[in-house]
Ligand binder design. Structure first.
Ligand SMILES: [Mg+2]
Length: 269
C-alpha cells in the first residue's frame, strides 16, 4: 500500500497556464487519501516561505503533512498545525555540509561566475555574499551552462546542482529531492515500496529514479529526461498535464496495482 506521496509543486500539481491551475479532483483525492492515513509531502525547489505562499495563492483546500523545500530541507507541521518546523536534524546537517562545500568550491564558483558573465546572459543569484545559483535566459542557454558546469566540476565531484526550467541551484551532491525524501521515509518508518513520487523537471529526477520511491510517475508536460527516468524505473507517464496527470497516475497505481488504503474505495471503485 502507498503510505507516502511526494509531489513536486510547480508544473506537477499546478499548471500555471490553465484555469483552474489545479483540477478539483486532485484536492478530493488527496483529502480522501489523507483521511485514510496516507501522508503527503510537497517536494519542491521553492524555499519554505515561497511554498507556503504558493499553497495560499493556488487555494489549496488540503494541506500537506510535510514540505521538502529548496530541493533539500525537510519540514513537518508544527504541533497544533500552524506553520512548519525542521523535522529531525537533517536541515542542520545539510546546512553544515553546504557551508563546507561552498568554502572548498570557491575557485570553482569563481570559474562558473566568470563563464556566466563572459559567455552568457544568465544572472547569478546570491544569498547575502554567497552565489547560490543562477537564472538563464532560456533552456537552450541552460543546456550550455550545464555542459560547462559538468566539465568544470570534475575535480570537485561533491559540487553539484539542481536544474529546474531556467533556474539552477548549486548544491552538495549528497542532497537532492530524492535524498530529502529518503530521510523523510526513514524518520517516518515508511519503506521505499510504500512511497509514490511525481515531478516534471530535472530537479525531480533524484526522486523519480526508483531509488527512494518504488512508485513513480510524471505528467505529460514533463521534460524528456524526466520521462526517460520514469520509464527506466518502471513508472507511469501520464497523458494528462500537471494535476490531471497526477490524478491519472494515482488511479493507475492505487486501483490498477491495488495499492489503495483498504479503508475506503477510491474513485468510487
Ligand atoms: Mg516542477
Amino acid at each position: 500500500m502507498i503510505q507516502l506521496l511526494s509531489t513536486d509543486f510547480d508544473g506537477t500539481l499546478v499548471n500555471h497556464f490553465e484555469k483552474p491551475p489545479v483540477i478539483p479532483e486532485l484536492f478530493t483525492l488527496f483529502r480522501e487519501l489523507q483521511k485514510a492515513g496516507v501522508r503527503w509531502a510537497v517536494n519542491t525547489g521553492r524555499e519554505l516561505a515561497h511554498i507556503t505562499e504558493g499553497l495560499v495563492e493556488f487555494r489549496f483546500p488540503v494541506e500537506p503533512d510535510f514540505v521538502l523545500t529548496s530541493e533539500r530541507d525537510v519540514f513537518r507541521k508544527k504541533p497544533g498545525g500552524k506553520g512548519w518546523e525542521p523535522f529531525g536534524d537533517w536541515n542542520e546537517r545539510c546546512a553544515r555540509a553546504h557551508d563546507e562545500l561552498f568554502e572548498k568550491a570557491e575557485p570553482l564558483l569563481k570559474n562558473i561566475l566568470a563563464f556566466l558573465a563572459n559567455e552568457t546572459h544568465a544572472q547569478a543569484i546570491y544569498d547575502r555574499d554567497r552565489p547560490i545559483g543562477l537564472v538563464a535566459q532560456d533552456e537552450t542557454e541552460m543546456d550550455r551552462i550545464v555542459a560547462f558546469i559538468e566539465t568544470a566540476r570534475e575535480e570537485q565531484p561533491l559540487f553539484s546542482f539542481q536544474r529546474n526550467t531556467q533556474y539552477l541551484r548549486f548544491c552538495h551532491a549528497s542532497y537532492s529531492k530524492g535524498a530529502a525524501l529518503g530521510e523523510l521515509g526513514r524518520l517516518l518508518g515508511i519503506e521505499r515500496e510504500e512511497i509514490f513520487a511525481t515531478g516534471d523537471h530535472h530537479n525531480d529526477i533524484p526522486m523519480l529514479d526508483g531509488v527512494f520511491a518504488r512508485w513513480v510517475a510524471c505528467p505529460a508536460n514533463s521534460a524528456e529526461a524526466v520521462k526517460e527516468t520514469v520509464r527506466k524505473a518502471g513508472g507511469y507517464i501520464a497523458r494528462g498535464i500537471a494535476s490531471e496527470g497526477v490524478v491519472e497516475a494515482l488511479d493507475y497505481f492505487l486501483n490498477g496495482y491495488g495499492l489503495a488504503p483498504k479503508k475506503r474505495g477510491l474513485f468510487g471503485r
